[in-house]
Design a protein around this ligand. Structure first.
Ligand SMILES: [Mn+2]
Length: 537
């Protein structure tokens, strides 16, 4: 179908149906699924490869053994642990089950030697289940099996090394590794764990949809297909107020209108608040919050929520302070931004992300004490492939990750070589700028357009809030807020550019080309259109 037909059939503004076509929604079936997200549309969990085998093993150890869940230390890993814990306890309230959470300052990534020591010497379970990690931890799994501990891996990361998977036999679930007849492969760790919980309980197990939704948004998996069905239903649950008591506390403190929670509230408020504790130290208080009724911790819910929020404030302060120091040393003319300094390990990834988006270049940030670092890239520079080359040339101990985000460990004494090599590898690359979905006359931005636009929500990865370009826009009353943010009016519409103070002189001339997202904003009971400015030419 073309965009005019779609606009008519679905009663949409034509510019919005044009965007839908650009995003590949051009048949009745695709559009109907997109506009009517429903959990009924999820493929049956019995189609997930190995599910029968995994459930069988899990049940055997619930009935006749003891279980340890090992989870990653981020929001996805911790929510996964809470989901499986609740599923097992619902199946059998007497089940012996404990959680050992991953810890950035103890573990490298995933299941580590140190965690294996704790499991076999202290916890001594008959079964370990790794969540949101484990698919690449062949050595550690072998060590557990040598000590007569069975292992199940439930993960959503890739592992192309088929040889290394043999040790797991059929005791793993990972759609990125083995998808069989299952069509959708993009669940978060929490999403795939929930499906296992459904299979264990043989029911919809939708009381944990809030946790599943949070994991999906926070882990930045594509918000299309089955993830869209999950998040649409999960946000309804959030707005109904019938949610996990810990999340209820957090949203009541962090979200302006807890009865109208959006994916961006989860992505920008709740997710970071949950991740911050694990960035600064052990994330265990997060499990106390998410499993408050089950664990009955010493702190009450208010105290726990405040602890998480104050950790997040600390994290923000530290990040801002480090950014200020680091930013002064940067040479923006380089091809790749590279920083080494005394930087808390839990923050290197955040700093790299901020530098990379500020300068629109790949950024690598390394903690000088541990020589561990994090890299964030911009299309089309494949940071992982290029770091791999540096590793082959002996500058890095190790590296791992994806095209646009990777981790690394520098070899002692090789910083200078590494710096030169990376910059040489990125020579002549033209980094992609922020793009827009459609060019539009600013007069066209009105409440009808926004009503159509919001029917594309929930927005997130691979389904972003549309960005428009309008040329020669008249700019009125430009001013700065807190010396950082830029505010002005265009066509009588309030417009704000976060951290765009450097464009102040540019807009003073009275006209500019704007790249922006139009949004509904509610302030003091008044709802109006607001432009979130992304770039100014
Ligand atoms: Mn994950």
């Amino acid at each position: 179908m073309n965009y005019q037909e779609i606009a008519k059939l679905y009663n949409l503004d034509e510019s919005i149906s044009e965007i839908l076509v650009q995003r590949g929604f051009n048949t009745r079936e695709k559009l109907n699924n997109f506009f009517n997200p429903s959990l009924d549309k999820l493929q049956s969990y019995s189609d997930i490869p190995n599910i029968e085998n995994v459930i069988g093993l899990l049940k055997a150890h619930i009935e006749n053994g003891s279980i340890v869940i090992f989870c990653d230390f981020d929001c996805d890993g911790l929510t996964s642990a809470a989901i499986l814990y609740k599923a097992v306890k619902k199946y059998d309230s007497k089940a012996e089950i404990k959680i050992l959470n991953g810890d950035r300052y103890r573990d490298e990534y995933g299941l580590s030697k140190k965690s294996v020591e704790i499991i076999k010497n202290k916890l001594k379970p008959s079964l370990v289940i790794t969540l949101d990690c484990g698919i690449s931890n062949q050595k550690e799994i072998e060590e557990l099996k040598d000590n007569d501990i069975e292992v199940i891996v439930i993960d959503h990361h890739k592992n192309d090394d088929l040889e290394s998977l043999k040790i797991l036999g059929d005791n793993f679930i990972d759609l990125k590794v083995k998808s069989g007849n299952y069509q959708f492969k993009e669940f978060s760790g929490g999403g795939i764990t929930w499906r296992v919980g459904q299979a264990l309980l043989k029911e919809s197990f939708d009381e944990v949809l809030d946790l599943v939704t949070l994991s999906t948004v926070a882990d930045v998996v594509p918000l299309v297909g089955e993830n869209r069905y999950i998040v649409a239903a999960g946000l309804e649950k959030f707005c109904s107020g019938d949610i996990n008591p810990g999340l209820d506390k957090l949203t009541s403190f962090l979200c302006q209108s807890p009865e109208a929670i959006t994916a961006s509230d989860l992505g920008y408020q709740i997710g970071p608040a949950i991740n911050a504790t694990g960035r600064l130290g052990s994330p265990e208080p997060v499990l106390d919050l998410l499993l408050y009724e089950e664990r009955k911790p010493a702190q009450d819910l208010n105290q726990l929520a405040h602890q998480l929020i104050s950790n997040n404030e600390k994290r923000k302060e530290l990040t801002d302070r480090i950014m200020e120091i680091v930013d002064k040393k940067i040479k923006p003319e380089l091809n790749v931004i590279l920083v080494k300094g005394k930087i808390l390990r839990g923050l290197v990834g955040l700093i790299a992300g901020k530098l990379s988006s500020k300068y629109n270049k790949p950024a690598i940030v390394i903690d000088s004490q541990t020589l561990k670092g994090s890299a964030r890239s911009i299309e089309p520079f494949d940071i992982y492939a290029n770091l791999k080359r540096c590793q082959q040339e002996g500058m890095l101990e190790e590296t791992g990750g994806h095209k646009l985000a990777a981790g690394l460990k520098l070899k002692a004494g090789r910083f200078r070589d590494f710096f030169e090599k990376v910059n040489q590898l990125a020579e002549g690359i033209e980094y992609k700028r922020e793009t827009y979905d459609l060019e539009l006359d600013l007069d066209r931005v009105n409440s009808d357009l926004l009503d159509s636009l919001y029917r594309l929500a929930p927005f997130g990865h691979k389904n972003r809030h549309p960005v428009f370009l309008s040329k020669d826009v008249e700019i009125d009353n430009p001013n700065l807020i807190k010396e950082r943010h830029l505010k002005f009016e265009s066509n009588d519409i309030e417009s704000i550019g976060f951290y765009m103070a450097d464009k102040f002189e540019r807009v003073k001339s009275g006209y500019a080309d704007l790249l922006y997202q139009p949004e509904w904003t509610t302030f003091r009971n008044r709802t109006y259109i607001n432009l979130i400015v992304k770039d100014i030419y």
